[in-house]
Design a protein around this ligand. Structure first.
Ligand code: CA
Length: 249
């Protein structure tokens, strides 16, 4: 039945970076439940922190204790959709009730695993990458104005990187009544390494550099520290979060 991936290990680091006064990123995971999440909040310090941590908590809670092999839980994409709906409602209703939190929101990138079956959930411009062998591949598409222009062939990658609009994201959790996440499934292979991260990492480091920093045989904690330290060295303009998940046979 499928490939031989039977368990996962994970580690994460989040860092304020060198310029921002607070850290609006949040992460959470449960190896036992096979759920891993990174969120990048927005809306001003307190509001951004609230939005990102609410999203992490809601998604972990909604997917907790799901799908033991012998019970009949809903399929993962359905559960993930419900989790996103709950997180969106929690943030949106809180921002409606409190003027100071008005307009707060967050990105969310999540990985859900069951043996070798994996699902990626994405809203916004945090990213999921997979290192397989020594090749790094971005699995998610950014929901940002410039990336959408690039996908439509209206802007080059270089123009996108230089654009004053590069911070504009087109989907965020909690800013509207309804939200549609990207959810897609693929097979994991033994030794696949998944990276969930906020844009504080990917704006400082090229994919080629991330690939080389990850292509060494170190503990996941040390790999996370390598990435975060490199992003800080490159400027650390934003909060930086890395969550690594390794598949093992
Ligand atoms: Ca950010």
């Amino acid at each position: 039945m499928g490939t031989a991936v039977v368990h996962y290990t994970a580690a994460a680091v989040t860092d304020r970076g060198r310029k921002r006064p607070s850290n609006e990123d949040a992460f959470g995971f449960s190896v036992e439940n096979g759920v891993y999440v990174v969120c990048d909040g927005m809306g001003g310090a307190a509001a951004g922190e609230i939005a990102s941590s609410l999203a992490v908590d809601e998604v972990l809670r909604a997917l907790n204790g799901r799908a033991k092999p012998d019970n009949h839980a809903a399929p993962v994409p359905e559960l993930a959709g419900q989790a996103i709906f709950a997180a969106n409602q929690a943030i949106f209703s809180r921002s409606q009730r409190n003027q100071k939190l008005s307009g707060m929101g967050t990105t969310l990138v999540g990985l859900i695993v069951e043996e070798s079956r994996t699902w990626v959930v994405n809203i916004g411009d945090s990213r999921c990458y997979r290192l397989r062998g020594r090749r790094l591949e971005q699995l998610t598409e950014d929901h940002s104005l410039v990336e959408e222009q690039v996908r439509m062939g209206r802007m080059t990658r270089t123009e996108a990187q230089r654009s004053p609009l590069k911070n504009v994201i087109t989907r965020a959790l909690g800013t509207q009544n309804r939200i549609t996440p990207d959810i897609f499934e693929f097979e994991a292979q033994p030794n696949d390494l998944f990276l969930l991260c906020s844009d504080g990492l990917t704006r400082e480091l090229s994919d080629a550099l991330i690939e080389s920093l990850l292509s060494v045989d170190l503990a996941l904690e040390e790999l996370c520290a390598r990435l975060v330290n490199a992003a800080k060295k490159a400027g650390g303009h934003d909060n930086i979060t890395c969550l690594l998940v390794r598949a093992a046979s």
